[in-house]
Design a binder for this molecule. Structure first.
Ligand SMILES: *Cc1c(COP(=O)(O)O)cnc(C)c1O
Length: 360
């Protein structure tokens, strides 16, 4: 067996220890004689898996008791609709901050349900930065403020949590959740598709403050109401059981890494090493303003774009996979989520230095 370093933006690498444990438990989970995939979601075995995963997530993120954790399907993209559907019954005015491709999609969807005020946009700067708090034109009467803490495609991450003066803050954390400690109290809703930093595709996490549940606009489909999932422990219908289980294994793995502060130290080292390599060379460049650079998604270009194909091809041959940048940005992108080992970043840096020596 030989495993590669996969720099995919998502689905992304999972910790090898987690995959091995899943393999060991595949045919017979803890003496049940079944795989987790074959269990009733209401049986005592799966209930124990589900409860432990939630408890571990609550511990990692220090989620206060007045927040519900929901294990959903539909991806972050469904949350783009669920958020306005659940929060605009009494007030259709909403604030959105536009910092990149995923913000734009969230905004486009919200416009179908609500009156969107663009509180700030960095589109004129080609999404290479984040707006300052003082640049946010927030409406104090808005039902909520939505932002994207980390723009996966542009590699732009907020260096601060927007202050909204009591208006609920909704955050699409898909590509940076669990990368470091956060203060959940500052948020009304945190949501994330699992396939970047939590587990396999098919699972979506939503962490919702209780007072924001139960206010869905009329005719919201049952499956799109937070109440449905909150009242039923995410088991109104069949939840994504295997993804939930794997996420639970990832949470245990994070505990072993020292929790989110332990993970943050590792992630900081990985990001610093990669950005230093880029900055210390005229051959590579990253367009993002220094303070807004993402820890998780590192886009970079070559001074000579005609070498892009060669770079991708030779990197791939060296076991460094999926480095091609998003088609809207071009160049390369290295996604270095929690599960990317430091050895993977080191191998990439060694490759980049050698590639520059030969081709620079
Ligand atoms: C990947 C991603 C999405 C889309 O997630 P799906 O689960 O595929 O719907 C949304 N927002 C951000 C920030 C992402 O990185």
């Amino acid at each position: 067996m030989s495993r590669v370093f996969n720099f995919s933006a998502g689905p992304a690498m999972l910790p090898e220890e987690v995959l091995q444990q899943a393999r060991e438990e595949m045919l017979d989970w803890h003496g049940s004689g079944m795989s987790v995939m074959e269990m009733s979601h209401r049986g005592k075995e799966f209930m124990s898996i589900a409860e432990e995963a939630e408890a571990d997530l609550r511990g990692l993120l220090q989620i206060p008791a007045n927040y519900k954790v929901m294990f959903l399907q539909g991806g972050a993209s469904s949350q783009f609709a669920m958020v306005p559907m659940n929060l605009t019954r009494d007030n259709a005015k909403v604030d959105y901050i536009n910092t990149g491709s995923w913000s734009k999609k969230a905004i486009a969807e919200a416009k179908r349900f609500a009156e969107v005020n663009l509180a700030a946009t960095t589109e004129d700067a080609k999404f290479t930065t984040t707006p300052a708090q003082s640049d946010l034109k927030l409406d104090p009467a808005a039902a909520y403020v939505h932002y994207t803490p980390n723009e996966t495609i542009q590699g732009v991450e907020f260096p601060y949590v927007p202050e909204t003066g009591g208006v609920p803050l909704v955050a699409d954390f898909s590509s940076t959740i669990l990368s470091r400690p956060i203060d959940v109290n500052k948020y009304g809703i945190i949501y994330a598709g699992a396939q970047k930093n939590i587990g396999p595709a098919g699972l979506t996490l939503a962490i919702v403050r209780e007072d924001l549940i139960g206010n869905a606009v009329d005719n919201t489909p049952v499956m799109f109401q937070y109440t449905t999932h909150s009242d039923n422990g995410s088991m109104y219908n069949t939840p994504p059981t295997y993804g939930w289980y794997l996420a639970g294994l990832v949470f245990k793995w994070l505990q072993e890494k020292g929790g989110l502060s332990g993970m943050a130290a590792i992630n900081q080292r990985k990001a610093d090493a990669l950005y230093n390599t880029i900055d210390n060379s005229d051959f590579y460049a990253n367009p993002v303003s220094t303070e807004s650079r993402s820890w998780m998604n590192v886009p970079f270009t070559l001074a000579d774009a005609s070498l892009d194909g060669k770079f991708i091809e030779e990197a791939s041959a060296a076991g460094l996979k999926t480095l091609k940048g998003h088609r809207s940005v071009g160049g390369m992108r290295a996604s270095i989520y929690n599960a990317m080992p430091e050895a993977g970043v080191k191998a990439l840096i060694d490759f980049m230095v050698e590639f520059e020596r030969v081709n620079g």
